[in-house]
Design a protein around this ligand. Structure first.
Ligand SMILES: Cc1cc2nc3c(=O)[nH]c(=O)nc-3n(C[C@H](O)[C@H](O)[C@H](O)COP(=O)(O)OP(=O)(O)OC[C@H]3O[C@@H](n4cnc5c(N)ncnc54)[C@H](O)[C@@H]3O)c2cc1C
Length: 403
């Protein structure tokens, strides 16, 4: 694919890899062990131009230039750049990587649904440091204690009162949920409308009734904060309703659109995890001896490593195809799901096989592959579980709404 020869993609990949190797890797085991957010690393990343809100930055930068750009022969590569960087950062550490770019989950619906004023407000709120001198973050609050995969069953409500909306409900498993400066929260505005009544709202930290909740302890990606968020009679102005100026939008379609745009980057993260574990294990197999031969010279080990390389390469190509479709404004729902599901599947199976090859070595505290194994499982859960991706794929390929 030409994209891998593109100078911008190559340059960004190198830059992200350098940051992953020399900034992320040295601190990752500490944040994993202590389950702490890497605030210093986030400040360094921001300083070096690794934006938490790249998609939104680009939408804002493009304003007014659409006509000129449509004539341009330059390749459109924003999503492809994003997946290239996401793979490298997750290669460094998936938890730290999510801490660095998790705000993009909230920036994405603001980029696609927000008005000019909402986009500017979001970026203004994200500018500078918070009251504790830390990089500001954003959170996207969709999942609830009783509703993860089935987002049509949201129980968080938004009630219209004059020119305000009053939000009530609880969200769970929200990235940056405890410390975010700004939230995009999804709520049911009219139960009678069912799925199409679900709308997104911008809510600023400090708004009365927005109550950040308990932080979760997780199997993996521990450097990324995941927490509950509660809304109790939380009142926001009508101007904070996303997509209000576009009556054709709204409903579950908005949330699906958001997930289709973020899934390729999440899948790319899974590729980065698998690659990190594979490279570590290959190096190990080239050094360690078994019955007088290097491990890698044994056929069962060499074949296992070859299969891992095949899985990783295939996942990367699927992810880049989904990103290419997105860049070229071609619907990518099917390909985003295929890429994400394949990459998550590969990451869990590659890391498991790496553990098997390493044996005892992988049980040492702080072993990279043991951490990759724990991190990989999360990629099969968030942004739509493996089962949900298969449902989407079946629906698109042969119209079956599998029960
Ligand atoms: C680290 C982390 C970060 C997260 N960050 C965010 C965030 O920032 N914002 C946010 O809104 N959410 C976030 N989530 C939540 C995540 O999106 C949900 O966990 C995910 O959608 C799965 O939902 P659930 O956990 O409720 O599982 P459930 O939906 O309860 O599913 C349980 C099991 O049933 C299966 N299943 C469910 N429905 C079907 C079906 N129709 N057919 C077949 N199988 C089915 C699932 O695949 C799964 O195996 C995060 C989760 C994690 C772990």
């Amino acid at each position: 694919m030409d994209i891998f020869q593109n100078e911008m993609v190559k340059g960004l990949t190198q830059m992200a890899h350098y940051f992953a190797e020399f900034e992320i890797r040295p601190v990752a085991p500490i944040h994993d062990r202590e389950e702490t957010v890497p605030w210093e690393l986030m400040a360094k990343a921001q300083f070096q131009g690794i934006s938490q809100t790249r998609m939104l930055d680009e939408v804002v930068a493009r304003r007014g230039k659409e006509v000129r750009e449509s004539d341009s022969s330059k390749p459109k590569i924003a999503a492809q750049l994003q997946v290239a960087a996401a793979e490298e950062l997750a290669w460094g550490c998936a938890g730290c990587s999510l801490a660095l770019v998790g705000s993009s989950l909230a920036a994405s619906p603001v980029a696609s649904l927000g008005s000019v004023e909402q986009q500017d407000l979001f970026l203004k709120l994200m500018d500078g440091l918070d009251a504790n001198g830390r990089v500001k973050t954003a959170a996207m609050a969709l999942s609830e204690p009783g509703t993860g995969s089935d987002i049509s069953g949201l129980s968080t409500t938004a009630r219209k009162e004059g020119d305000t909306w009053v939000i009530n409900g609880s969200k769970q498993w929200i990235t940056n949920g405890q410390t975010a400066t700004v939230y995009v929260v999804w709520a049911q505005t009219d139960a009678a409308l069912g799925r199409s009544g679900v709308r997104g709202f911008l809510v600023e930290r400090g708004t009365p009734g927005l109550i950040p909740g308990k932080k979760e302890h997780k199997i993996g990606i521990r450097a990324s904060e995941t927490a509950a968020v509660h809304f109790e009679e939380c009142r926001v102005h009508n101007d904070m309703l996303l997509g209000a100026a576009r009556p054709s939008t709204g409903g579950l379609g908005d949330t699906k659109k958001m997930l289709d745009s973020t899934r390729p980057a999440v899948g790319a993260g899974a590729v980065g995890i698998a690659r990190a574990a594979y490279e570590y294990t290959l190096d190990f197999a080239q050094r360690e001896m078994l019955r007088g031969r290097k491990l890698v010279d044994h056929q069962h080990i060499a074949f296992a490593l070859a299969e891992m390389a095949m899985e990783i390469e295939a996942s990367r190509l699927l992810i880049h195809k989904a990103a290419w479709l997105s860049d070229n404004k071609i619907e990518n729902v099917l390909n985003a799901s295929i890429g994400k599901a394949h990459a998550a599947n590969s990451a869990t199976s590659v890391t498991r096989r790496c553990l098997e090859i390493l044996g005892d070595a992988a049980t040492e505290p702080g072993n990279l592959v043991e951490k990759c194994y724990r991190d990989a499982k999360i990629y099969d859960i968030f942004e739509g579980t493996g089962q949900i991706q298969r449902r989407i794929i079946a629906k698109h390929l042969f119209g079956v709404n599998a029960v």
